[in-house]
Write a protein that binds this ligand. Structure first.
Ligand code: HEM
Length: 264
């Protein structure tokens, strides 16, 4: 049992801990909010040239086309190339902006043929639109015949929903790389392609974008603001809240014991 003086001291100490905890929580929230607003302010818009998009389209489709069922192949043109397991669409230009946003258009086409010409589908001119660090869209032109024999000639199809959170993001020697962005067929993509249902996973995409020195510095600061400080804020807030709750609870228990001791 604590003696009254010690108990009073312990109560005061715990109240102090609780206050520090609350202060941490508030500072954490402020740091977190500050980081978000820093994100919005660091980078306006940065032009990008010579970027490339690497994408296998869909591994099982490539296996089907080149296998004994379709007996087919694919051809690349207009700035695209192929090296197992990926197509590369070059000549990418556009811009990156703050908050990991980007809009890039690439050149080239991949034409899949098979079944003696019955299967003949070309996807071309991929565009990647990243709204922020968590959402994006792959847009394509699609020309061909679906499995059901429907002719398709569609420009600007919002073909695949992108999940940039799945990617590894690096910025080395001025080259920004987003490796392994998960892609899933959209409703529009399913309609244009004609076989897979919406939501079907496609191969992940990789974007490689060389930046000029000034842009690289801005992007680096922007990404640091996205990746770094918010976690400091969240950690401070969480630690502060825990500290505050623990301090207040224990102080409350000690106070109520003290009151009980007085009335007894
Ligand atoms: C003579 C006409 C066709 C025949 C006999 C045929 C036959 C087949 C067969 C047997 C499969 C199953 C393959 C497997 O499970 O391993 C398949 C899958 C598929 N077919 Fe066809 N097909 C034809 C035309 C087309 C056309 C015109 C398209 C248009 C794009 C197409 C797209 C596909 C796709 C996307 C798959 C799924 C591949 C995968 O990811 O496993 N097919 N087809």
């Amino acid at each position: 049992m604590l003696r009254p003086v010690r108990r009073r001291f312990a109560t005061a100490a715990l109240a102090f801990v609780a206050t520090v905890g609350l202060a941490c929580a508030v500072v954490g929230a402020v740091v977190g909010a500050g980081a978000s607003s820093a994100t919005a302010a660091t980078l306006d818009q940065c032009a990008v040239q010579d970027a490339r998009l690497e994408w296998g389209f869909k591994e099982s489709f490539r296996a089907y086309v080149s296998g004994s069922i379709a007996n087919g192949q694919w051809q690349v043109a207009d700035g695209a190339s192929y090296e197992t397991p990926s197509f590369t669409f070059g000549g990418g230009s556009g811009a990156v902006a703050s908050g990991a946003a980007a809009e890039l258009a690439f050149a080239g086409s991949a034409r899949f043929t098979g079944h003696g010409g019955i299967l003949d589908t070309t996807v071309s001119t991929p565009r990647v639109v990243l709204a922020d660090a968590t959402t994006g869209m792959l847009v394509l032109d699609v020309v061909g015949t679906t499995q059901d024999g429907v002719e398709v000639a569609a420009q600007g199809v919002e073909f695949a929903a992108l999940d940039p959170t799945s990617a590894t993001r690096t910025l080395e020697d001025g080259v920004l790389t987003l490796q392994g962005i998960d892609a899933a067929l959209t409703e529009d993509g399913a309609e244009a392609f004609g076989t897979y249902p919406a939501g079907e996973p496609l191969d992940p995409i990789t974007i490689v974008a060389p930046l000029d020195a000034a842009c690289a510095a801005e992007v680096e600061a922007d990404l640091a603001a996205i990746d770094g400080p918010p976690w400091v804020g969240i950690a401070l807030s969480a630690g502060g809240i825990l500290l505050a709750v623990a301090g207040l609870t224990t102080a409350g228990i000690l106070l109520s014991r003290r009151r009980r001791g007085r009335t007894a």
